[in-house]
Design a protein around this ligand. Structure first.
Ligand code: ADP
Length: 738
């Protein structure tokens, strides 16, 4: 007793008053009242409890069991009792009570469904959360239902097996996903853990308790993940892609099955295990570049590289790889992962296309508008005089800055106008960067990939150097103008010359007659009155003067018309013929007529006025072409051939056709003015030719071509410095002719 109360023997004198203050005041009055009531009832025994405080302050729980004896008059004589220290037991009970309350709270308020069931799976107690999960109003609605009743038919068989295993005590718990049926008949995916509860003393299975979690969202995201994975796998397979993942710390790689297929490796081998493994299969020529790219990517993050590999079967394929380096929180690279696809077919197609395009001589370009960058084919660079960039990298400025300022507005307008015609096409001049040369370019382009406002994001097209064509076009234009001018002058000249010819004769006759009249008058002077004779003399003198003046004017006109005063210079004949051919064909391009310039290159230069000789050639060619065109289709291959050779310090030119030949009525006076067989002809072309040729010191004639048609021949003097070269002197002093 003293131990319970924490007191020494000396501290307790056995008196009620000494014991009383030991009881906690809040328990004392209840305790005394209880004892008092028991004594009043003459109870023989009493059992109660109370708390005491030890001298050191510690509170203890004490149980009291006592017995009372009474005298014959009912007076209580004595009490005897036992105190038992129940502190530890009480604590346990209280803790138990608290834990039970907590359990209940957990059970009711849990975020998961909880259900207790008997060994047959009949539900004894379910919490609210489970009821809500299954679409019931309250947990009470679920009591008495069986575990299997609520299980989706497809999951019942497995459910039965699991229940049997638990009941037999073979397993202590089972966890897994299953479907329950909700009140409205729909299925719900849950994750359920069922535990077997055993009787504490015997260890016999007594009941089941399970925790059930709504797995709808998880199942959904799992399904989505699965689908995404499936799609990714499909995409990889469809693209023939191979994946790799390199753990940078260990330097070890894992590769997908598709990756192994790319390299011709057995998927069971796991592909390449290290970067060196991989490099060994990279084509030796591409190896240093591929290695450098990977090393750079470990530092900068993104990786993109195209390289050749040698497959295990010895074939060479092109791969395009894209990858990324992942960093940890301390920005250290941890993982290098990526994907490679076989682009051999693409490369080959590209190559074929490029060869085809380059074969046509077209230079291609692509412009990325927003970036101001451009991609040029290799043959696009030299067009503008830039060194070729192997990657084709160029810019919009590189093109624009070359365009001659006076053509820029035209180019800009053409590019802007493409909205109407889909395509723009413009011819413009540029200054070549390398040598400053002016060149003509033609650029055609399409806009592809327009933005929402219809502005192009990307444009593609071709450019070609059309300098030769443009220069020829301009020259043709100039020549035509020149010829028109010369022809007009010449036409007027020949007409005037014809008139001079026609008028000079009657003038001469009149002058002669005038002289005869004066002579007659002179002889008859004695017979005539003096004043009449003087008047006649005076009139004759006047008429004579006027006639002489008229002849003088005609002579002057002739000198003016026949162009022998024009400048001459050494001229190469062949280019003159080229020019004349070009202009003569204008309007006859589709007639099927062929014009051949067979003048030898090595012929010495002629001393001539180029404009006039071009005119002669033009007239002869034009006549021949017209004659053959009029003849229609009877002729198989209408051809005019210009040839030339050297004869006695003169160059002899021949213009031969295989047309109808000369009409007999014109043949005799072919070179006379106003002789023509054409309804709209003037008949002065050949006359002009003769004037020009003769003014050059040459001669012109026409003869029948043995094969049909006409040959016109004319001669021109060789230019002085181009005199006939001496026969080649051999070392033995002979000319080699023997
Ligand atoms: P035009 O062409 O105005 O008739 P030309 O003096 O150039 O004047 O020619 C005179 C005529 O000579 C022509 O009308 C034509 O009958 C004839 N002639 C010229 N060249 C040829 C030729 N190559 N073949 C046939 N006839 C020709």
């Amino acid at each position: 007793m003293l131990r319970i109360y924490g007191m020494a023997r000396s501290e307790f004198d056995g008196r009620y008053e000494t014991w009383r203050p030991r009881v906690l005041p809040e328990d004392l009055s209840r305790l005394e009242a209880t004892v008092h009531e028991a004594l009043a009832r003459r109870d023989e025994s009493l059992r109660t409890d109370f708390r005491i405080r030890r001298p050191d302050g510690e509170v203890r729980e004490v149980e009291f069991v006592g017995a009372f004896t009474y005298g014959p008059d009912g007076t209580a004589l004595r009490g005897i009792g036992v105190n038992r220290d129940n502190t530890d037991a009480c604590r346990m009970i209280r803790a138990l009570r608290e834990s039970q309350a907590r359990d209940r709270a957990i059970f009711e308020q849990a975020a998961v469904g909880i259900v207790d069931a008997d060994l047959d799976g009949r539900w004894i107690r379910a919490n609210r959360r489970l009821a809500v999960m299954l679409g019931y109003d309250s947990a009470a609605d679920l009591a008495g239902t069986s575990w299997l009743d609520l299980t989706h038919p497809s999951d019942r068989a497995t459910g039965c097996e699991q229940l049997a295993a638990l009941r037999a005590g073979q397993v202590d718990y089972h966890t897994g996903d299953k479907r329950f049926l909700r009140k409205d008949g729909t299925a719900i995916w849950v994750s359920a853990t069922v535990s077997l509860i055993r009787t504490p003393d015997t260890g016999e299975p007594s009941s089941l308790t399970s925790v059930i979690i709504d797995a709808t969202d998880r199942k959904k995201s799992e399904a989505a993940l699965l689908e995404a994975e499936e799609r990714l796998r499909f995409a990889q397979e469809a693209a023939g892609a191979g994946l790799w993942n390199l753990d940078i710390a260990t330097g070890l790689a894992t590769c997908s099955e598709g990756y192994c297929h790319l390299y011709g490796l057995d998927p069971a081998s796991g592909g390449h295990h290290t970067i060196e493994d991989w490099l060994a299969q990279v084509h030796p020529a591409d190896r240093p570049r591929a290695r450098a790219e990977v090393e750079a990517s470990l530092a900068k993050g993104n990786y993109a590289c195209e390289y050749r590999i040698v497959r295990t079967d010895g074939t060479i394929r092109w791969l395009a790889a894209r990858g990324k380096t992942y960093l940890d929180e301390a920005s250290r690279p941890v993982r290098f992962t990526g994907l490679a696809v076989d682009v051999t077919a693409l490369r080959e197609a590209e190559l074929r296309l490029r060869t085809a395009i380059e074969g046509t001589g077209f230079a291609t370009w692509e412009r990325i508008v927003a970036e101001g960058t451009a991609l040029w084919s290799t043959n696009h660079f030299p067009l503008f005089g830039y060194p070729t960039d192997p990657g084709g990298r160029a810019s919009y400025e590189m093109w624009w800055n070359c365009i001659c300022p006076e053509d820029r507005a035209k180019v800009q307008a053409a590019v802007a106008s493409r909205q109407d015609s889909e395509r723009f096409d413009v011819v413009y001049r540029i200054r070549r960067v390398s040598d400053g040369a002016e060149r003509w370019m033609q650029t055609m382009g399409y806009a592809i990939d327009d933005d929402a406002e219809g502005h192009p994001r990307r444009m593609i097209g071709i450019t070609l150097d059309v300098t030769d064509r443009e220069v020829a076009r301009i020259r043709l234009h100039d020549l035509q103008n020149e010829l028109l001018h010369v022809s007009r002058l010449a036409d007027a000249g020949v007409m005037a010359s014809g008139l001079v010819h026609e008028v000079a004769q009657p003038l001469m006759a009149a002058t002669m007659a005038m002289q005869a009249a004066r002579l007659t008058a002179h002889r008859a002077a004695a017979l005539l009155p003096k004043d009449l004779h003087e008047g006649f003399e005076e009139a004759c003198g006047l008429v004579g003067d006027q006639l002489a003046r008229a002849v003088e004017i005609l002579e002057g006109l002739r000198a003016f018309i026949i162009p022998h005063g024009t400048t001459r210079s050494p001229e190469a004949l062949r280019p003159l013929v080229d020019d004349a051919c070009t202009v003569a064909m204008v309007g006859f391009g589709r007639s099927g007529t062929a014009v051949r310039n067979a003048v030898p290159e090595e012929l010495p230069n002629v001393l001539a006025n180029a404009v006039q000789i071009r005119q002669v050639l033009f007239n002869l060619l034009r006549n021949a072409i017209q004659a053959m065109a009029e003849q229609g289709t009877a002729l198989v291959e209408p051809t005019v051939t210009v040839t030339a050779d050297l004869q006695d310090a003169m160059v002899r030119v021949a213009v031969a056709d295989n047309g109808p030949g000369l009409a007999p009525e014109v043949a005799a006076q072919l070179f006379e003015p106003f002789v023509t067989t054409k309804p709209e002809g003037m008949g002065i072309g050949l006359s002009l030719c003769r004037s020009i040729v003769e003014s050059h010191g040459g001669s012109i004639c026409a003869e029948a071509n043995p094969g049909g048609g006409v040959v016109f021949r004319f001669t021109l003097p060789v230019a002085p410095c181009d005199e006939v070269p001496l026969p080649e002197q051999h070392e033995d002093g002979t000319d080699g002719s023997g």
